[in-house]
Design a protein around this ligand. Structure first.
Ligand code: SIN
Length: 282
């Protein structure tokens, strides 16, 4: 019998989970239960979890292989852990401060991202999450049917090409970003993605990495994407996540996009992040 206490957020989009020490080895039943909860709520958060890098990596691999995290220098000795850090005096926008689904420019983007908070500012620094399932469900059925046939083009060029890096003030960051010409490559994914485990459909385009629609002229593609972003990111589908130190939060990139918030200038914020490898979107 499980000892987990699960407190869902509104619309069952997100849930607080208590009753497990994630720094310890988990048995197969606990992992299976967490996996079911993650698929049900899309975002799980676990307060008061003190984890070192090795424990965070072990927890990550309960959900699959480590993902491939390009363009950001990893923590020394832990190639699968990124430190998301913003110094108190840093003036550039926070890392991840525009809506995106992690690494959607990859052929097989990560299924999960896991973020563990180390230093949390006294105010600001929330993470916003948008529910792609409910965004899809709310579409007009005829419009949704038209979208089923469309292929989106994704690329890392806006944040991670040399040009994008310069434009976004990358050199002023305390984090080490690794811009590359590789960021100009493109990847095609369906606009409507079917979740490989639940079979639910999600609206799966995001403003950072989705650059156009295949076989559509630029103007029409820009207009359509603007309409889809506005719908997908409307407040009705957004959950605002407040952090506390030592909180572990994991989410499902196959249906969720997220956006880091500012509002904490003058204060340090430090998080550690891993990803779980995913499969090609269909
Ligand atoms: C990210 O995009 O992974 C960062 C999210 C955050 O720092 O809140």
């Amino acid at each position: 019998m499980s000892n987990l206490a699960v407190t869902p957020e509104a619309h069952n989009f997100g849930a607080r989970v208590e009753g497990l020490d994630l720094s310890q080895k988990l048995d197969a039943n606990s992992v299976s239960e967490l996996r079911d909860l993650w698929l049900t709520y899309q975002i799980l958060y676990f307060p008061e979890q003190r984890l070192n890098h090795a424990e965070l990596e072990r927890f990550t691999t309960y959900f699959g292989e480590h993902g491939n995290d390009p363009y950001v220098k990893a923590v020394d000795g832990h190639p699968n852990v990124l430190e998301i850090r913003r110094e108190a005096q840093e003036e550039v926008a926070p890392f991840g401060a525009s809506w995106h689904s992690d690494w959607s420019f990859q052929a097989a983007p990560p299924s999960a991202t896991i973020l563990h908070s180390k230093v949390v500012p006294p105010q600001g620094g929330d993470t916003h999450f948008a529910d792609g399932f409910r965004a899809y469900d709310a579409l007009d059925p005829d419009f949704a049917a038209e979208l089923e046939d469309l292929i989106a083009v994704h690329s890392a060029r806006r944040p991670y090409s040399h040009e994008g890096f310069q434009r976004s003030g990358g050199e002023q960051r305390s984090m080490t970003i690794l811009p590359s010409d590789e960021a100009w490559t493109t990847q095609e994914h369906p606009v409507i993605r079917t979740h490989p485990e639940s079979g639910r459909k999600a609206l799966w385009v995001n403003p950072v990495y989705t650059i156009t629609i295949k076989n559509m002229d630029d103007k029409a593609a820009d207009e359509l994407l603007a309409k889809l972003f506005s719908h997908a990111l409307s407040p009705a589908f957004v959950y605002v996540h407040r952090w506390a130190a030592d909180m572990l939060t994991m989410w499902d990139n196959r249906s969720v996009q997220h956006c880091a918030q500012g509002g904490y200038d003058g204060h340090l914020r430090v998080m550690h992040r891993t990803t779980v490898a995913g499969t090609a979107p269909h």
